[in-house]
Design a protein around this ligand. Structure first.
Ligand SMILES: *[C@@H]1O[C@H](CO)[C@@H](O)[C@H](O)[C@H]1NC(C)=O
Ligand SMILES: *[C@@H]1O[C@H](CO)[C@@H](O)[C@H](O)[C@H]1NC(C)=O
Ligand SMILES: *[C@@H]1O[C@H](CO)[C@@H](O)[C@H](O)[C@H]1NC(C)=O
Ligand SMILES: [Zn+2]
Length: 513
């Protein structure tokens, strides 16, 4: 008996030592995150951007002008058409070279969205597409803004206003960069598109979807798409040394499910033992008590942790470099907070609950809506099946209102053109930043483009510091003047970087370091 125990203890110790040895080796090899940066990149034209005092005033005036037009999407059916038309006139005035260049074809799509096709000198190179959106979510000064939300007021080097980060910073940055490039006589080798949707905040069914339709009619295939999404996180991830640029390579799926119970109505003086409200409430409670399975490590979040591991101190560095061993443990830690739980599983949020019309009437109908964001390793159908079994009551009717599977995962390796071009451009602009793939827990217009390309990236070099995430769709949305200029520089250099024919071969010595 004791001998047996001894053997178990010894073999356990040996296993632990072995695991730690393998784990340490992995920690060391993942320390090197230079990738293609040391390789020899093909030289393309290399126009530098020097912004003088006059240009700085002008580019800021343009940006503020864009913020001041309240291009609000109120709902799928209701937008501010006056503002959208005004925005169209505004763009033509702010970027005259873009609108008059013989290299650029401009067209209006679905009345208010824009598609720019920029001709490349080498038609054999597959084009790419830069995406941004014109519309913004509503904002009201009375919610507690420090400056009126459509004022573009400057406070301490920041421009305040709805749309400064979502998404007029990118939109204006792309067009301003293109304007400057064209003025400097730049003609791209690789053609590209700029798409500006006007209803992204309400799903993009008109704008983005019609841009996709136009491109499909022309049999366009895209090398990659770059849209908004993730950002440069600075001091936001606790324990991480230095800022991190997360490039979104996928988006969680989504589902809205309606649960309902209908019964015969009756008088409250002679109630049945169970009411529609009681049955539904119990079902909703079972859903909350039975969260969707923990899937941490089975989706793109795994790559995020592995890429960032070397920027953490011990023991996190060790744990994150060895998710093959520690993913279940880390998943349990991450699920404790709502913001990190979102990376661990499909989340379940009960968002509406309606029943009853009169104090003395047993209601015939009780309804609840549940909003789920689906983890990359699960499908919409799997989620619906799990809801069915968690509810486990035939009297509760379960209907899918709308939903879609998680988006395909875009490539992020050394052969991935879009990812590497974005990464290089980030590192050229911000040498101290660590670049890693990430996952978007919300959705963007780019999801409509999945038939046109395998590689969709969601990123803009907007600096997010602690507290900034709350500004997004919240109050006091703002961007620093410096950061807006960095956006212009980023797109200015991204467009030129995309002109190479192909990526360099990985630098051979990198893996031996
Ligand atoms: C581009 O030009 C600048 C100076 O004008 C130089 O420092 C930089 O190394 C050049 N980059 C490439 C990729 O040629
Ligand atoms: C719509 O936009 C115009 C400016 O283009 C603005 O004057 C008007 O107040 C906006 N309407 C609403 C309801 O926000
Ligand atoms: C564009 O506007 C016209 C006229 O106002 C309208 O009939 C049409 O449905 C609009 N197109 C789209 C795609 O919204
Ligand atoms: Zn947005």
């Amino acid at each position: 008996m004791f001998k047996c125990l001894k053997i178990i203890i010894i073999s356990f110790l040996i296993t632990v030592i072995l695991l730690f040895t393998i784990a340490s080796i992995r920690t060391l090899s993942l320390d090197v995150n230079v990738g293609l940066q040391l390789a020899r990149w093909e030289k393309t034209n290399n126009i530098s951007l020097v912004i003088d005092h006059h240009q700085r005033e002008e580019l800021l005036a343009h940006f503020k002008g864009a913020i001041r037009i309240p291009t609000v999407s109120f709902s799928e059916k209701e937008s501010n058409a006056t503002a959208l038309r005004e925005f169209d006139r505004f763009l033509r005035k702010a970027f005259p070279t873009v609108f008059s260049s013989s290299l650029v074809r401009h067209e209006l799509v679905a009345n208010y969205s824009h598609l720019f096709s920029v001709q490349g000198s080498q038609p054999d190179l597959l084009p790419y597409l830069l995406l941004a959106h014109i519309d913004v979510v509503p904002a009201s000064e009375s919610d507690g803004w420090e400056a009126p939300p459509f004022s573009a007021k400057e406070i301490d080097g920041f421009i305040y206003g709805r749309g400064t980060i979502d998404d007029k910073g990118s939109l204006m940055g792309i067009l301003q960069a293109l304007e400057y490039l064209l003025i400097k006589g730049y003609a791209p080798r690789r053609g590209f598109y700029v798409g500006l949707g006007h209803d992204e905040e309400v799903s993009g069914y008109k704008g983005a979807m019609n841009i996709v339709r136009v491109l499909k009619q022309r049999s366009v295939q895209l090398l990659f798409v770059l849209d908004e999404g993730l950002a440069v996180l600075d001091g936001v991830i606790s324990g991480l040394e230095g800022p991190a640029a997360l490039i979104g390579i996928s988006e969680k799926g989504s589902a809205t499910v309606k649960l309902s119970v209908s019964m015969r109505p009756g008088h409250s003086s002679m109630p049945p033992s169970e009411s529609s409200i009681g049955i539904l409430a119990a079902a909703v409670k079972r859903l909350e008590e039975n969260p969707m399975p923990r899937l941490f490590g089975h989706g793109p979040e795994r790559g995020t942790f592995e890429h960032l591991a070397h920027k953490f101190g011990l023991p996190m560095k060790f744990i994150m470099s060895n998710l093959w061993l520690f993913a279940p443990l880390l998943g349990r830690v991450l699920e404790r907070k709502p913001d990190t739980n979102a990376f661990v599983r499909t989340t379940t949020a009960v968002t509406m609950f309606n029943a009853g019309v009169k104090v003395n009437v047993i209601p015939a109908l009780a309804e609840a809506y549940v909003n789920l964001r689906i983890h990359s390793a699960q499908s919409l159908q799997e989620v619906l099946d799990l809801i069915q079994s968690a509810v486990g009551d035939q009297r509760v009717k379960i209907e899918l209102v709308n939903g879609f599977d998680p988006l395909p995962v875009s490539s992020a390796d050394e052969k991935s053109f879009g990812f590497q071009i974005i990464k290089k451009t980030v590192l050229d602009t911000f040498p101290t930043v660590t670049v890693a793939p990430g996952i978007c827990i919300g959705n963007t217009d780019s999801r409509h483009f999945k038939d046109l390309t395998n590689d969709i990236y969601r990123f803009a070099p907007i600096w997010f510091k602690p507290g900034d995430a709350q500004r997004f769709h919240g109050i006091n949305e703002r961007i620093s003047k410096k950061n807006y200029e960095e956006l212009i520089e980023f797109y200015f250099s991204l467009i030129q970087n995309s002109d190479i024919q192909k990526l360099p071969e990985p630098h051979s010595s990198v893996h031996e370091l």
